[in-house]
Design a protein around this ligand. Structure first.
Ligand code: 3SL
Length: 238
């Protein structure tokens, strides 16, 4: 039967057994939104790697390399971590090796933990993702990437949006205080997410780096329908 748990930061992951669960990794700004966009734009796969060196090694195997640290694209890579870099045919049919400050580390961290599925979460495919999880009818763990092991608002808001939607559609019981808090937070902020998030640290960080268009894009709800999940070690359309 479906149930919902929320992990508010990577340092709390060890407290939750993810075995046989559908784990949704959440890095709304921007890694998991970018991964969902890449797959929507026809990329064959995105492999999440921990270090820039690992990404560069994969270039020799034909991957496009993408790297971000502290919000900025790293020198010497084909792409940074902006969803817009995946558009207009740039990634169609391509495999991408992506390394980011938080999101890809979290995908990597759960990839060998015995989860039933590891999925990429984004507001962009919120509705389809909720339907997919409801249809699979298993325990759901919403894993917030946060920022350098700390809690953040945008990932928590998405956990609340997705958890709330599943709860609304199924009436499932929620026995996790982090999930209840996330749902309440989303209810407070949902009328105007962008305005609510203006006070958040990563929103400010990305604004200073002139990524306003990315912020606007990543907060759109249910504009794409593909579900992206881990298959054979890479994030693919499932
Ligand atoms: O932390 C991450 O994984 C990134 O998504 C951060 S950023 O939005 O690219 O700055």
């Amino acid at each position: 039967m479906i149930s919902i748990e929320v992990v508010l930061s990577p340092v709390l992951l060890h407290l939750t057994d993810v075995t046989d669960s559908n784990v949704v990794v959440i890095d709304i700004l921007r890694a998991t939104s970018t991964i969902c966009t890449a797959i929507h734009e026809g990329a064959e796969s995105v492999i999440a790697v921990k270090t820039p060196e690992e990404a560069l090694e994969l270039k020799l195997k034909g991957y496009i390399t993408a790297a971000e640290r502290d919000g900025a694209k790293l020198e010497g890579f084909d792409m940074g971590n902006s969803p817009f870099e995946c558009m207009n045919g740039a990634v169609k049919g391509k495999r991408i090796a992506l390394t980011t400050t938080n999101g890809t580390k979290c995908i990597e961290a759960v990839s060998h933990a015995g989860a039933r599925n590891v999925l990429s979460g984004s507001f962009l495919n919120l509705e389809s993702l909720s339907d997919w999880l409801i249809n699979d009818n298993q325990r759901v763990v919403l894993f917030c990437a946060g920022w350098k092991d700390s809690f953040n608002l945008e990932d928590t808001l998405f956990a609340g949006a997705l958890g709330g939607l599943i709860h609304q559609k199924t009436g499932c019981l929620i026995d996790c205080d982090a999930a209840l808090m996330s749902i309440d937070l989303y209810e407070c902020a949902r009328v105007d997410l962008a305005s609510y998030l203006k006070k958040s640290s990563h929103y400010k960080r990305l604004s200073h780096l002139h990524h306003e268009e990315d912020l606007k894009y990543c907060l759109q709800h249910s504009v794409i329908h593909e579900i992206t999940g881990l298959r054979d070690g890479e994030m693919k359309k499932i």
